[in-house]
Design a protein around this ligand. Sequence first.
Ligand SMILES: [Zn+2]
Ligand SMILES: [Zn+2]
Length: 347
Amino acid sequence: MPAPQCASCHTARAALRRPRSGQALCGTCFCAAFEAEVLHTVVAGRLLPPGAVVAVGASGGKDSTVLAHVLRELAPRLGISLHLVAVDEGIGGYRDAALAAVRRQAVRWDLPLTVVAYADLFGGWTMDAVARSTAGSGRSRACCTFCGVLRRRALEEGARLVGATHVVTGHNADDMAETVLMNFLRGDAGRLARGGGLGSPGEGGALPRCRPLQLASQKEVVLYAHFRRLDYFSEECVYAPEAFRGHARDLLKMLEAARPSAVLDLVHSAERLALAPAARPPPPGACSRCGALASRALCQACALLDGLNRGRPRLAIGKGRRGLDEEGPRREPQPSLPPTSEPVPDF
Ligand SMILES: [Zn+2]
Ligand SMILES: [Zn+2]
């Protein structure tokens, strides 16, 4: 059966069906629609005001690659400037290849790039050293947990270093829905109410943070990367991802099969949640060591580093467990099928 005509330009042949709407589009019209939707997310949510200097958390993976590319397309209309900030976690082999992808992007797109390293920021601790230190703890999620907290901090430091006013990360709707589901399943009401919106306003002196791809599905992120021929790094981290996130992901896939809007519904439901006054945690104070926002004496990053330096990483993980993966440790999923074949089953 020949492909139908593009429903937007009515001239080209459709190259895909949009996963949520089923609309048949050519690659060019799909990319334009994808960009327009991200623009709408940014403008309607007032995420990035004109004049903003935006630090893009660049990992070399598909999400941050697509985010950087889309924002670069939109930058003139938004009146913003971009600076790529990459974090070198110190993971031998894996990170070097991912950073090489970021460097190629910076050159190709003519964007400034700054790399900040865990080793420099955190007293010599690289992720490989953390892994060796936690090896006997028997908790496979330990590395991901450490990394989630430390990467967030490192990105903030890098953004400040380059004079950014805002931080953006590549989390997509699927990432967000997984996080919402995990928070529900853990009964973490505080996290649910806090993590809902499109970003945080930057309380406690932190830079405002947002996720312009929060309403974009993972499938469409992959499609956009494909049609724009973006070069990204798609290998999974050598350290085991958090197991519970994997279960949430599997559950979501089942829900989505029965109800295609399930992912977005979950994201939106979290946006609309508000905690009853009695359930609100006390307002956080400042970390006694670094001044960052903290609900205990030490912020999560300082507590983790403290545990590592004392040789008791398990203690640090156990203590801070409920509060550790704010936006979830990232895991770049391996595209299980080539991006061309997966979303176009119809023709
Ligand atoms: Zn078209
Ligand atoms: Zn601190």
